[in-house]
Design a protein around this ligand. Sequence first.
Ligand code: AMP
Ligand code: MG
Length: 338
Amino acid sequence: MKFAVRLLNIAIICAAIPLFASAGPDGELTKRTRYLMDTYCSVLAPVKGDQKITAALDLALDRVEELDKKFSAFRPGSPVYEFNKNGTPITDPETLGLVKRCLDMNQQSGGAFDITVTPLVKLWGFYGEIPKVPMIPSKEAIAAAQKMIGPGSIELKNGKLIKLRSSAEIDLGAGAKAYAVGEAMKSLKKSGVRSAMVDLGGDLYAIGLYNGKPWKAGIKNPRGEGALGILGMTELSMSTSGDYERYYEIEGKRYCHVIDPLKGAPASELISVAVLTPDATMANLLSTSVFVLGREKGLKLLKKYPGAEAIIIGADGGISLTDGLTKLFSLKEKGGKQ
Ligand code: AMP
Ligand code: MG
């Protein structure tokens, strides 16, 4: 696929891949990895023999593990699981905090971002394993699922999340990973770590410098190998939503895991959206929202968040970059070598 830069001011991107130069004055990076939130979570830092920093990496992963248990919709006993399966009200303040941010984004995005979207996610086969023989749901089934969703099916009041419709379920999948990345970084800072990168399945957060330079992340080519460009990151998080993460194809058309609640079908105008902001959760809420809204409406939404920058790639190959990215981003030639 050929990508054409649509000049907002310059252009290109996709999912993030941390890139590391060989050892410089800061020495080799120490990396700790665990399988959490259905993906690999890595924490990296130049340790320089300091055991306290090594211990801090493990503590940060402990924090992500704790959040994995809390936010999982598939783990019996988690507040989200018990709410979905048994209607048990959610009272855990941290879960409610994330729910509140998701509900705010629902309003800001005009309904594009919706944590009650589960009936549609199930209908299209993206809940758990993707079916071996996927099928496009009927118009009637889509209309029925759309009637079941919407923020009116739940209520957050007096420190409690309750169901207003017994079939309501919530899915924090579009915000939980980045929230966890932000919390891991908070944990590292609390332990006194000044330079580190957290990578949770491509949701990244970098603080400080490595070998005197910002940490580097490659922007994944959404339709091929390698990176389209390189980004310098410090005190910054990046979250991506893409149609190459979970998808199937029927008669040459791709259907992905991000659903447009208003259309009742997978969003299809864009193939990748990366959002950068110092607030990791916001980056993730925005990347999913922009992915659903499409280029024009997505850029309008981003304007409401002055600290947020984005790289948007359309199914037509057009790439848009927001103004502030020009300083952070450098293109690779032909999406290939640096
Ligand atoms: P992300 O990869 O961050 O864009 O998150 C995608 C995940 O969020 C999906 O796997 C679903 O669990 C969930 N999701 C799908 N569509 C939406 C939507 N319109 N609003 C909020 N969450 C969604
Ligand atoms: Mg997201």
